[in-house]
Ligand binder design. Structure first.
Ligand SMILES: Nc1ncnc2c1ncn2[C@@H]1O[C@H](COP(=O)(O)OP(=O)(O)OP(=O)(O)O)[C@@H](O)[C@H]1O
Ligand SMILES: [Mg+2]
Length: 348
């Protein structure tokens, strides 16, 4: 089995042994109503997996409410989750239900549970134990019938041993634990994810899905994907936006991914020539800039970030290289290639 699909939006793709174990977990927990704790790095698919669990459950006709606990300050998170009554604090001009109430009958996905402050953890524990909430500034105790799925990018057990996470809450959450492996530990999934996302984004543009050159496939396999599936998805979306040459070639890829994937000049150099039966217009300037960025990325990679050496490799003056680096937006990738190139990809 390589795909678990309930609706267009919640598709989890994978063929690695690690992902097959995830699919087996999803099958086994089936109709269970127990709390699930999903641990995985950013972009590994915690939310999409939580959606899938909800859609596979008997609660599927009720709401699925996702909330990232990292987005709210210590004071706001309580009102966000449990709601408030009018006048509870300055600005509380009317009664407002919280996310638990909005999820009644369904599932709440508490993402980034590792960011919940200790003071709030004790309140969450009470809700999980009593299955009731009290709105901020309210006096009523409101029963809630909600299945809880929690997401964390950090190892909560470790946080417990460091005194950063309550042990009692950890055991309440860790009823059905699921770990989503990072993409670098399941590279067999890269080609299927690539096919999946290219198909999605080219179809959204009402275009046929083009063939993908071997060099692009290899660069995707070599790259370490620190931003996991989300980063790969963004890379595919970008290709669908920029590639109109009938075949996805290396020139259609983001320079910073190529830079870190260590593309060779032979792969980088040939400009992507449109197929003869393609009539879509292409921008010569854009295409030349891509080729230039890719070659500069290659030279900087090979020279270990040494600009003088990179300029020599490209047979241009060092000052010219500096200008061109800025022109093609590679500047941010250069200070610390390992981390900043990744940031450049994510914001591309
Ligand atoms: N195995 C997968 N198959 C298909 N799409 C996936 C898969 N894993 C993740 N995605 C897609 O990647 C993107 C990121 O996934 P998601 O938001 O679920 O990650 P996350 O772990 O919750 O990230 P964060 O920690 O940053 O909140 C989404 O668009 C999701 O649909
Ligand atoms: Mg998430």
């Amino acid at each position: 089995m390589t795909t678990q699909q309930i609706s267009m939006d919640s598709v989890v793709v994978g063929r690695s042994a690690r992902m097959r174990a995830v699919f087996e977990f999803l099958r086994v927990i089936g109709n269970s109503d127990s709390t699930v704790l999903i641990i995985g790095e950013s972009g590994t698919g915690k939310e999409v997996t939580a959606t899938l669990i909800h859609q596979n459950s008997r609660r599927r006709h009720h709401p699925f409410v996702a909330v990232s606990c990292a987005l709210f300050s210590e004071t706001l998170i309580e009102s966000e989750l449990f709601g408030h009554e009018r006048g509870a604090f300055t600005g509380a001009i009317k009664d407002r239900p919280g996310r638990f109430e909005l999820a009644e009958g369904g599932t709440i996905f508490l993402d980034d549970i590792d960011d919940v402050p200790l003071s709030m953890q004790v309140k969450l524990l009470r809700v999980l134990q009593n299955r009731t909430i009290e709105r901020l500034g309210g006096t009523r105790t409101i029963p809630v019938n909600v299945r809880v799925i929690a997401g964390s990018k950090r190892d909560l057990k470790q946080m417990v041993s460091e005194g950063k996470f309550r042990e009692d809450l950890y055991y309440r959450l860790n009823v059905l634990p699921l770990t989503l492996p990072p993409l670098r530990e399941r590279r067999e999934d890269v080609p299927v994810l690539m096919d999946h996302f290219l198909a999605r984004y080219f179809k959204r543009r009402n275009e046929d899905v083009p063939a993908v050159s071997e060099a692009v496939k290899q660069a995707f396999m070599r790259y370490s994907w620190p931003g996991n599936v989300r980063e790969l998805e963004n890379a595919c979306e970008r290709i669908a936006q920029t590639c109109s040459c009938g075949t996805v070639r290396i020139g259609c890829m983001s320079a910073s991914i190529l830079f870190r994937a260590g593309a060779q000049p032979a792969e980088v150099a040939p400009p992507s020539v449109p197929a003869s039966d393609t009539t879509a217009p292409i921008s010569l300037d854009d295409r030349l800039r891509e080729v230039e960025a890719n070659l500069i990325g290659w030279a900087l990679k090979v020279s270990g970030g040494n600009k003088s050496r990179a300029a020599e490799l490209l047979q241009i003056k060092r000052s010219t290289l500096g200008d061109r680096i800025n022109r093609c937006g590679l500047g941010a990738s250069l200070e610390k290639p390992e981390t900043q190139a990744a940031a450049a990809v994510q914001t591309a």
